[in-house]
Structures are given as C-alpha cells and as structure tokens.
Design a protein around this ligand. Sequence first.
Ligand SMILES: [Zn+2]
Length: 359
Amino acid sequence: MVAADPLGLADGDTVVELHRQCERLAAVLVRAAAAFDAGRSWEADGARSSASWLAARCRTPVSATRRRVRLGRELRSMPAAETAWLAGDVGEAHVEPLAAVRRRVGGEVFDADEERLVEHARTMGHRAFGQVLAYWEQAADPDGVERDAEAQRDGRRVHLSESFGGTWLLDGVLDPISGEIVATALDRIGEELFKVEWAEHGRAVRSPAQRRADALVEMARRAGAAPAGGRLPAPLFTVFVGYETLAGRMCELAGGSVVPPGSLLPWLTEAYIERVVFDGPDRVMNVGVRRRFFEGATRRAVEVRDRECYSEFCDEPAGRCEIDHVQPYGEGGLTVDDNGRPACPHHHRRRDGPGGPAP
Ligand SMILES: [Zn+2]
C-alpha cells in the first residue's frame, strides 16, 4: 500500500494509490458540502449561501466552493458516478463533465445511460472518455449540441491592441473548426521555420512560443504576397466523419475534438473532401507497396485509423507524428498500413534509446 514516508522516494504505484485515496476523500468532501448546504445552518451566521460561508472559512475563492456544493447536489441523482468516485475508481475530472452533460440533456435522458457512461469513465483513457461522452451527447440531444456549437461560433473574437512601448497584445477565442484551421496553418509554418533553424544552427534557437509568434507574422506576410483569388491550401482542416453502422458515430477534428455535424456545414462550400474507406472499425482498406517511408495514401490510412501517437502515455495527434514501422524496415518490415503506427517526435526518437527496440 502506501509507503511509510510518502515524501521519500515513491514509486509510481504509490503515487497512483495516493491519487485514488485523494479522489475518495474529494468525493466525501463534495457530499459533505452538499449536506451542509441542505442543512442551512449557515443561515444563522448571516451568510448569503453555503458556498460563501465555506469560502470565508476555508479562505478559498467562492467560485470553487459554489462548484463543489453544486456537484455534491448533482451527485445525489448520479448513483453510479457517486459509487465509483467514493471507491476511487473515477475522479472529479470524470464526474464534473458527467454532471455537466446531465445538466444539458436532462436527467430523464441521462439517467438511463449513466451506468454505461461511468463504466467508460472507469476503463478508458481520459481523452477517449471525453470523446465518447461528446458523441453520446450528440446522439442524446442533437439539437442542443448544434445550438451550443452555434453559440461557440458566435463567441469568436480576437483582440489585437497596441500597448506600452509599442508592443502588441493578442488574445482571443475561436470555435473548434476555426481554431483547428489557424493551428494547422501555424503548425505547418512553424515546422518550416524549425527546419530552416535546424539547418542553419544545428539546434533550436527559438522557444516554441517565439517560433509560433514568428509563424503568425509569416502567415500575415504570405497573406499579403498571395494573389487575390488564389487557391486556398488544402486541406484547411481535417475532420473524420464515419458511417454510424461501422464504428458508431464519428465526427471529429484531426486534433481529437468532437464536433457536431452541423458545424461543418458553413465550411462545405469551400471544402475539399477526401474519402477514406474503412472495411472494419479500425482497418483502412489500402494497398501497400515496398517503400522506405510512409507517404501519401498509406500514411493517410495510418493517420486516420490511429489518430494519435502509439504510446499509451501520449496523445499527440497523428498529423504531428512520423509514421513508424512496427516491424523495422531493416528487418523486412513492410511499408503497409498494417505495419505502420504514428509516433510523435519524442516517441520516434525513443525507439533508438532505452525502452524501445532498434529502428
Ligand atoms: Zn508520443
């Protein structure tokens, strides 16, 4: 179980066990906060709410105690989530989004599927769980999800203002698809800048944030140089849309964000559509050839099938990965999608070092 001195050298299992115990305690705390709220003893002290009473006594932001009280109240209607949290099988990072979805779609729809969703929270990686939950919400409340997407799009804004000493401040919010378009373009240009930097200096001389800033300026410079009415670079963004009969519903951006189908409509007039045929839930039909590198359709097939780095400790999107040979090319491994897997730069390099087989 837990080491006698948790501050001494602890192994991974100890930290995981401590995490479970913390989550169990967090569940008890949330339940207690809701019970305190219901008891109304805080009224006698003249507090406006249980949350403000707790915030004053715990010296925490009232937003945090308000969230805690609300979650405790909602937990009463979510028995499966409550049991799993009290056991330490799931955490606040699962229960909070579950409660948020229940709030949006309503208990009459949510409660029938609660157990199944909690089972996903218990067994899946957190990112995959988030996707499953988003798809479930799309199916349960298609109109609500489309309305939310519209609200997200309406909330788009960018502020660029001149500040002290002539510097500029830039901040903003973009809807998922617009964000993916901008991020894809910045990544693409950033990658070019990095290659030039590497060729000139043999190492990175800019921080990633500096390179992103330079990529943004380069993007503006190219916009000025591009001929009016010139062809847009393709693809602007990548979205995976599935046949529901195959792998369940699928509509997600290459970065992994699940988006409602309706949010794609405004983009379809200028979209270029690429079709990838799956002949099973995770098998892309494709013809492989004897080639050193994964390119073109074969590369694409691996990208859309796996969608992120092969390492279980990594969720780098496949678009930012190399495609590795599972059985090394030098040992006769074929350059076909069955023998390919996305590997981010870190895990691609790791193959050469400790913990990985030779390339
Ligand atoms: Zn990785």
